[in-house]
Design a protein around this ligand. Structure first.
Ligand SMILES: Cc1cc2nc3c(=O)[nH]c(=O)nc-3n(C[C@H](O)[C@H](O)[C@H](O)COP(=O)(O)OP(=O)(O)OC[C@H]3O[C@@H](n4cnc5c(N)ncnc54)[C@H](O)[C@@H]3O)c2cc1C
Length: 460
């Protein structure tokens, strides 16, 4: 019986475990995870501020599903060292586990602030459920919070904290929000939406000093010596891939673990997937739920087959929801300069101030896009980017839908995409069993009706 070892129980690790089970049901699959209470969806972390300690319901169900498949797990056990010479790993519990094939799916963590020498429970790194729950009832006395950085994590934190009525200040090192992938127009719309939520944004600033009194946080001092009084500091960026356990393993790394398109590392029988993996086509590490989901599947399949049967051909992308605004950035979304042309219609229309769309062409070919507030055509445009479609060959109907002002007849129904978390509009005639495709991530789902009459989507 082949032994498959998976480091990390995030979405990449879990998808890989299921893919291995699907292809080779009688193999031994073990997931090792350092957190005590894993299997939750990380994008839901922001909603956990103010909730009681305990396991999230979705995590309980996920754990049950994995157990039913016979997948074993060791939680609360950190992988300390990988030893390729005898195909083993050393755990923090001093246990040694042997494998025939291994997947590293250890994700990314928020880098520690250089000025943070505190152990204060009022300084939170937006990484795991335990840290947020450790705040406990202390959150009830929090009136003001500072969130540092631009990332999925920071917007998740802001949403959770504002829902509790906490005054929030977002401190970012950049000159505008998400300048890495948004243009000025899109950043401006997003900033307007944040200010509607009464969030103050302090730009071009780092946290220089944390002022505390015992365990009580008093203020943070940012660039220029400006003091911001606060009860809580949530650090949400930058994110760094986690691979401190590689030591002398021989696994090649750059900003992440280097993998080929089949997600193999430089060491035989060791694969990597998700936020920790870096493809040769990627200058930097890429984070994202959908990317990790897809890579987990592919790695699992290739681990069983032994050959590289399936390859990952995703383009760099970002998919998220900032409060009620869906946001998708694809490919060279922020590109400017020579050889770059753009098309953005007359956005933002006064009638729809929070909708913005843009296509970026490089040397005449579709190379990137931004969708804010309405992401309906994102799936089609992603396909154009992947295929290198030239400007003249783009489907006119899609372009019209994208750039002409349209009052969409309200489809009345929407379901939440379980993969990328978009609200997919579905035809009002849709019924149980209908197949729908998420416009943002392109994955097919079957519509199911819950006992309360609501519709939801499950992957086909
Ligand atoms: C608040 C929040 C909001 C987000 N919102 C979005 C969003 O809107 N859209 C989007 O695309 N993405 C979003 N993300 C990012 C998304 O969750 C990640 O891209 C995705 O979870 C990556 O999956 P992964 O399996 O690669 O890694 P992870 O989910 O990070 O899982 C890695 C696991 O490995 C474990 N681990 C690490 N090192 C060790 C070790 N040495 N031993 C044992 N276990 C170890 C970790 O504890 C962790 O459980 C969000 C993340 C957060 C936190």
């Amino acid at each position: 019986m082949k032994r498959y070892l998976i480091l990390g129980s995030g979405v990449a690790g879990r998808r890989a475990a299921k893919a291995i089970h699907r292809k080779s049901a009688d193999s031994e699959i073990t997931i090792v995870e350092e957190q005590d209470n894993p299997f939750y969806a990380r994008p839901m972390l922001g909603d956990q501020f103010g909730r009681k300690a305990g396991t999230m319901q979705s995590a309980v169900r996920e754990k049950e599903r994995l157990s039913e498949l016979g997948i074993k797990f060791k939680t609360g056990a950190k992988v300390k060292e990988i030893r390729p010479h005898d195909q083993s790993v050393l755990l923090s519990t001093s246990e040694v586990l042997f494998f025939d094939k291994m997947l590293i799916a250890s994700g990314a963590k928020t880098a520690r602030l250089p000025c943070d020498r505190s152990d204060s429970s009022s300084v939170i790194y937006m990484d795991n459920l335990g840290d947020i729950q450790a705040l406990g009832s202390k959150i009830d006395s929090v009136r003001k919070a500072v969130v540092f950085g631009t990332s999925y994590q920071s917007f998740g934190a802001l949403k959770g904290l504002r829902a509790l009525g906490i005054d929030c200040t977002l401190v970012i090192p950049e000159e505008r929000v998400w300048s890495q992938c948004l243009d000025v127009a899109a950043s401006t719309i997003l900033e307007q939406r944040l200010s509607q939520e009464k969030i103050t944004i302090v730009k071009q600033s780092n946290i220089e000093f944390i002022e505390q009194d015992g365990d009580t946080l008093r203020s943070v001092v940012v660039t220029g010596g400006i003091k911001i009084s606060t009860d809580l500091l949530v650090v949400a960026a930058p994110q760094q891939s986690t691979f401190d356990f590689l030591n002398a393993s021989g696994v090649d790394t750059n900003r992440g673990i280097i993998v080929d398109a089949g997600l193999k590392t430089s060491v035989q029988n060791i694969f990597a997937a998700g936020d920790v993996a870096q493809l040769p086509t990627e200058e930097n590490t890429q984070a994202g739920w959908l990317r990790a989901w897809k890579q987990g599947n592919i790695a699992g399949e290739n681990m069983v087959s032994g050959d590289v049967n399936v390859t990952y051909d995703g383009i760099p992308s970002m998919r998220t929801r900032v409060f009620d605004l869906d946001l998708v950035c694809l490919g060279l979304s922020g590109a400017e300069g020579e050889g770059i042309e753009t098309q953005s219609g007359d956005y933002p229309y006064p009638e729809m101030p929070y909708v913005y769309k843009k296509i970026i062409y490089k040397q005449g070919k579709v190379a990137g896009a931004i969708f804010l507030g309405d992401v309906n055509e994102a799936g089609a445009v992603e396909e154009w980017i992947r295929k290198g479609t030239s400007a003249g060959a783009c489907d006119k109907q899609v372009l019209d839908n994208m750039f002409e002002l349209q009052y969409k007849s309200s489809a009345a129904y929407s379901v939440l995409c379980p993969v990328c978390k978009f609200h997919m509009q579905i035809d009002k005639d849709a019924e149980e069993g209908s197949i729908i495709t998420c416009p943002a991530c392109g994955i097919d789902f079957k519509v199911e009706r819950l006992s309360n009459g609501a519709l939801h989507a499950v992957p086909v």
